[in-house]
Design a protein around this ligand. Structure first.
Ligand SMILES: [Zn+2]
Length: 226
């Protein structure tokens, strides 16, 4: 993804650009590795969590978050998908949506969503690039009205991970491998999480949400986490 300026929003700063460059270097290394070992890709470098932020991720703080009711209760992972405009990948628009910078003049679809105050903790792009918007001990605004095993308001106790994609198009190899690396780091850091407590948005908001969709291969994720 090309660097874009936030002249209106002012989110870009030196540390963000440095993190971005670091992330791009990691991404280039991952691509080289993939080309060299197409049938036996090496695992992505293990990720580390520091102060509730993932290392190796682009960091783009979102204002769309608040305190969890219990900051120690981080006990569910929710998988989503998003693309802006729908079905198009690689633009700056997801970052802009999650930082309240989306310009409604850029696409007719944006007129319906640009005023939403939403976020996720993480986005994993088609090339595996990871962006973090909210530290994990804060509440991101991703699930909406939701219920998991009888408990409502899943934002209170969950981490939301967006995959750049749609419910009609297969997710990429890089996304599955990066997702598995992220989940491994989260499982190691937050003791209340487990592989049994990973779900899709559609499962906690049935009838209202359908992501990540039938194109998300859960068996493949379980295999990568085994
Ligand atoms: Zn969702």
């Amino acid at each position: 993804m090309a660097l874009h300026s936030h002249t209106a929003c002012g989110n870009e700063n030196v540390s963000f650009i440095l993190l971005k460059l670091q992330s791009q270097i990691l991404s280039i290394n991952a691509n080289e590795t993939k080309q060299g070992f197409m049938h036996n890709p090496l695992p992505i470098t293990p990720m580390i969590i520091n102060q509730h932020w993932l290392t190796g991720c682009t960091r783009l703080p979102s204002p769309n978050c608040d305190d969890r009711t219990d900051p120690a209760d981080i006990s569910l992972l929710v998988i989503h998908c998003i693309s802006l405009p729908p079905g198009q990948f690689g633009g700056p628009y997801i970052n802009q949506l999650f930082t309240n910078c989306l310009n409604p003049a850029d696409d007719v679809y944006f007129q319906d969503v640009y005023q939403l105050q939403v976020s996720a903790h993480l986005l994993i792009r088609r090339d595996g690039e990871c962006v973090q918007y909210v530290p994990f001990d804060r509440r991101a605004w991703h699930a909406g009205v939701s219920s998991y095993q009888g408990r409502e308001r899943c934002n209170d106790f969950s981490i939301g991970i967006e995959l750049e994609g749609t419910e009609q198009i297969a997710y990429t190899d890089a996304q599955y491998r990066q997702l598995a690396a992220v989940i491994r780091a989260l499982l190691a850091y937050y003791p209340s999480l487990s592989t049994q407590r990973i779900t899709g948005h559609s499962a906690i908001a049935p009838g209202r949400k359908t992501d990540p969709g039938a194109t998300f291969d859960w068996q493949r994720l379980w295999g990568l986490l085994a």
